[in-house]
Design a protein around this ligand. Structure first.
Ligand SMILES: Cc1cc2nc3c(=O)[nH]c(=O)nc-3n(C[C@H](O)[C@H](O)[C@H](O)COP(=O)(O)O)c2cc1C
Length: 168
């Protein structure tokens, strides 16, 4: 079984995306990193933020995992701000310490989106699949999920079960 990590990018740690992520963890055994619990500042061309939490998370991913699954709620038809900042900060390791950034090459990325309906936004996955390509990563798959009344509907669980088999 591959070693994977799920990057949870919701603005709440106990919300809908967290529920989906916990279920994916059950199925895959992948670790979770909750970005909402971390201090990660916006990308900064002068790298004044280099001592915040991003570096440790990124180095952990590059050194210890083959597969990175990014999980984001749908906020305003796109990824959460937290997830966008996470993606932006990968640029730190394209400008500086490029050897660490290059370690992403050959790794795998997948993406989970979450809202309250089966209303997948057209091209939602594009920033992820294109970023994976740019970074030399294999883009495995993506899935749109939803939570209703604080429960994962059976049809969503079935979708996730199939997704888990494709990523693990
Ligand atoms: C700032 C914000 C923007 C949102 N925008 C959308 C949207 O564009 N489309 C949609 O279907 N749901 C939207 N929602 C609803 C969330 O996608 C939905 O409640 C999701 O399950 C929340 O996940 P979370 O608990 O992990 O934050 C939005 C919610 C918030 C807080």
């Amino acid at each position: 079984m591959k070693k994977g990590i799920i990057i949870q990018g919701s603005s709440r740690s106990d919300g809908d995306t967290a529920m989906i992520v916990a279920y994916v963890k059950e199925l895959t055994g992948f670790e979770i990193v909750d970005l909402n619990q971390k201090k990660i500042q916006y990308f900064d061309y002068e790298f004044k933020n280099k001592n915040d939490d991003f570096g440790d998370i990124f180095k952990d991913i590059t050194q210890n995992y083959q597969t990175m699954i990014v999980a984001t709620p749908v906020y305003w038809y796109t990824m959460s701000g937290i997830m966008k900042v996470f993606l932006d900060r990968i640029s730190d390791y394209l400008y500086k310490e490029k050897d660490i950034g290059r370690m992403l090459r050959g790794k795998e990325m997948g993406m989970i989106s979450c809202s309250n309906d089966d209303d997948n936004v057209t091209e939602f996955s594009l920033p992820f699949s294109r970023s994976a390509e740019y970074l030399g990563m294999q883009y495995l798959d993506d899935i749109h999920t939803w939570v209703k009344n604080k429960e994962i509907p059976v049809e969503v669980k079935e979708k996730i079960n199939a997704f888990a088999l494709r990523i693990k």
